[in-house]
Design a protein around this ligand. Structure first.
Ligand SMILES: [Zn+2]
Length: 401
């Protein structure tokens, strides 16, 4: 076992990271102070991991963080850092290492205030480890102001600080920031490799693992959820029925409403799970509950939390709708493959009958227009068009073809 085990189908990236970890290791071992990295080193202070959703951006960053914190005695014998079982590796991988901070947001954006806190932290020397590492999973969500705060930190990093930023693509990150990062691109892992991981690591039975990997086309997280979560399977089945339901206007409107209802339900469920506890925690922290009177400043803090919870709800609903749109696109992509007699592997083999029916009753041009209308729906939501309106426009366009 090594720290790289969870990286699936990313051999080239893994090689680069392992080489960087080796240089980083030599540097820490040779120097006790704060010597800067030299130009020729494979190690650097700022990394940008890009790749399609599910390709394992944050998995790669965490594995790299673990390799940098590896304290295995084997290293001294010339072994590569990243053994996977020493304390440094292990705590980094499970998220408890004192010098590895993983920032994951469930909000639509990362603001200036949070970023300032991070930058302050990044200036510290490592407490116990070899490097002070900050992994930002959603660097594409930095507001422009926050990006500028981060820029200064990336430009003049502390000698033992490493930033690892993750984003879907280069275009999602401010040019000033990305130009200061070393860039690694992850690709969508092959379906077989994903199935393999589900079987090997998660103990999922082979048939189900293959079906989930195929249906999600190399998205590891979604494949795992599909393989393990009954509700996710039911939801996907409902989405894949939409193409058959848009035969008349009534069906279009009903299908749209249901897609919205499902996403609202998802957001509500998450809110119920976390909001109440968060509110209680904040009240307890403010210390006003027992006495009955809330101390000064309470109203402001409560308002801030409410705003955050509201933004999170919006984001959850968006993510849920986004997933449905991805599944719909996949359906029509399969239809197109059938219509063109393409050798492309069909993803949604479990709804082969529906695929055949739609493929036979429409033309490739219609299928392309349908795919475009799904993309247009996503773009409309990006422009803050009300979700129901955007989804209705889409189902109506699916009907017209
Ligand atoms: Zn180790």
């Amino acid at each position: 076992m090594t720290v790289w085990d969870d990286l699936v189908g990313q051999d080239r990236v893994q090689e680069q990271l392992a080489a960087a970890a080796k240089d980083a290791d030599a540097l820490v071992t040779a120097a006790s102070g704060g010597e800067p990295l030299d130009q020729g080193s494979k190690m650097t202070h700022a990394w940008l991991f890009t790749g399609p959703p599910g390709s394992g951006r944050s998995t790669a960053a965490r594995a790299f963080a673990a390799a940098l914190q590896c304290t295995s005695p084997d290293r001294a014998m010339g072994g590569a850092p990243g053994c996977g079982f020493c304390d440094g590796c292990h705590t980094s991988l499970i998220g408890t290492h004192a010098d590895v901070e993983v920032i994951r947001t469930d909000l639509l954006s990362i603001g200036v205030k949070e970023t300032r806190d991070l930058v302050r932290r990044a200036q510290l020397s490592p407490a116990v480890g070899r490097w002070q590492i900050i992994v930002m999973e959603d660097a594409d969500r930095l507001t422009e102001g926050a990006g500028n705060v981060l820029l200064k930190a990336v430009e003049e990093p502390a000698p033992r600080t490493v930033w690892m930023l993750c984003a879907p693509s280069l275009e999602d990150v401010l040019p000033t920031i990305r130009s200061r990062c070393r860039h690694l691109t992850l690709s969508t892992p092959p379906v077989e490799a994903v199935a393999d991981v589900l079987i090997r690591r998660d103990g999922i039975d082979p048939e189900r693992a293959h079906a989930a990997a195929r249906a999600t086309q190399g998205h590891i997280g979604r494949a795992r959820r599909l393989a393990t979560d009954e509700r996710a399977r039911a939801r996907r089945a409902a989405v894949l029925k939409v193409p058959l339901r848009v035969a008349d206007v009534g069906g279009c409107l009903k299908a749209a409403q249901e897609l919205i209802d499902t996403s609202t339900e998802d957001a509500k469920q998450l809110a119920e799970e976390v909001d109440a506890k968060e509110t209680e925690d904040l009240k307890a922290a403010l210390g006003g509950v027992a006495g009955g009177r809330m101390p000064r400043g309470t109203a402001g803090a409560m308002k801030e939390l409410e705003d955050k919870q509201k933004r999170r709800k919006t984001r959850t609903q968006r993510d849920s709708l986004d997933l449905a749109l991805t599944e719909l696109t996949g359906f029509y992509r399969d239809v197109l493959a059938l219509q063109l007699g393409s050798k492309l592997a069909i993803a949604n083999t479990d709804v082969q009958d529906s695929l055949d029916r739609i493929a036979e009753s429409s033309t490739p041009a219609q299928t392309l227009r349908r795919i475009e209308s799904v993309i247009a729906c996503r773009e409309a939501m990006d422009r803050n068009v009300a979700p129901l309106l955007a989804v209705e426009a889409m189902t109506m366009a699916l009907r017209a073809g």
